[in-house]
Design a protein around this ligand. Structure first.
Ligand SMILES: [Zn+2]
Ligand SMILES: [Zn+2]
Length: 343
């Protein structure tokens, strides 16, 4: 089969490789679309240590089943599917509590690091355990389905956040995940969501996708805007979808006493914390990672049109152009959001 192989850091080749051998509990999926994730782009140059070559990357895929192992029940060839990017064990203490994103044996498709290596979906075929498969609603395209991982990250962050009826919410960072957080909040019935970013185009997009207000994060009038937006109290909840010391501090400063800050982004591994403000204003800090069981609801949100993912799909090139598009993403070409490769 054809596959886009990371041969060494920064160098890809499309080459013929053997099809994956199926374990008894796995299904073989003919990949129709697979998204290039930010973690793939950061990983390709060796900076994260989680894409050790040679490797077939790709964990945001969708396609149809062509073959199932003898132990697989409930799935058959031609089923249209997507799959969790996390392969969880289903047996450890966290998995048994439904916290599959925290699985002790967690592996990610298309990742190779010191602990494991698992080829991913930038290839004609990928093998995945049947327990991580999800059926696609008929109306959903493979391209839309390949966006579900991003939606699930947003949905999990929203689920982790205590939100009372009528809550006011600020979202710091209106890129793709931030805009998805906004859409999921709106779908969950939240009517007061303000988007904050340094980029005017992103703020415009956030407004188009349902934010009720938008403001430049560096505008001198921001504090007054937030007070007006939140009954003079500060917002009930803030999402930091960036993850810099400055955005964490800003988020803490935007919430009311007793409010919460949900930490989604981690652009920097460490960030200074305004500890005294967190303690004395009794702010709840919430970490959130990947997703745990949100896929079916997210597939429905996309299929029903309540969450728009097509806005974020910048291009859908064939696998052969993978190296070029990785390069453009790595160079941070302006306006590029999600690129889906079509093997
Ligand atoms: Zn991803
Ligand atoms: Zn587990």
């Amino acid at each position: 089969m054809k596959a886009l192989v990371l041969k060494e850091y920064g160098r890809f080749i499309v080459e013929d490789v053997p099809r994956p051998r199926l374990q008894p509990d796995e299904a073989l999926v003919r990949v129709r679309a697979c998204g290039i994730c930010g973690s793939d782009v950061h990983g390709m140059d060796g900076s994260t240590g989680r894409r050790i070559p040679p490797l077939i990357m790709g964990h945001e895929g969708a396609g149809e089943i062509t073959e199932v192992g003898p132990a697989v029940k409930g799935w058959k060839p031609k089923d249209r599917v997507t799959f969790d990017s996390t392969i969880y064990c289903g047996r450890c203490w966290h998995c048994l509590r439904g916290e599959v994103n925290l699985c002790d044996e967690r592996r990610v498709l298309g990742v190779s690091c010191a602990e494991f290596r698992r080829d991913g979906a930038f290839a004609e075929f990928v093998a995945v355990p049947a327990r991580i498969l999800y059926r696609l609603p008929d109306s959903l395209s493979f391209e839309q389905a390949a966006m579900v991982e991003a939606v699930s990250v947003a949905a999990h962050a929203v689920k982790r956040t205590p939100l009372e009826a009528g809550a006011s919410v600020a979202v710091l960072g209106a890129g793709m995940i931030g805009s998805l957080v906004i859409q999921v909040l709106k779908a969950a019935g939240c009517r007061r969501v303000i988007a904050l970013d340094l980029d005017g185009d992103r703020l415009e997009l956030a407004l188009r996708l349902g934010a009720t207000a938008a403001a430049r994060a560096d505008s001198p009038g921001l504090a007054a805007t937030i007070r007006r937006f939140s009954h003079e109290r500060g917002v009930d909840a803030a999402f930091d979808v960036v993850g810099l010391a400055t955005t964490v501090a800003a988020a803490v400063g935007l919430v009311r006493k007793g409010g919460s800050v949900t930490l989604v982004g981690n652009a920097e591994p460490r960030a200074d914390l305004p500890l005294q403000a967190v303690v004395t204003r009794q702010v709840t800090l919430i970490g959130t990672c990947a997703s745990a069981g949100e896929y079916p609801a997210c597939l429905e949100l996309i299929a029903s049109g309540r969450v728009n993912v097509t806005e974020f799909i910048s291009a859908t090139p064939p696998l052969e152009e993978g190296a070029e598009w990785f390069g453009r993403l790595h160079a941070r070409e302006k306006g590029l959001m999600k690129v889906l490769l079509k093997p």
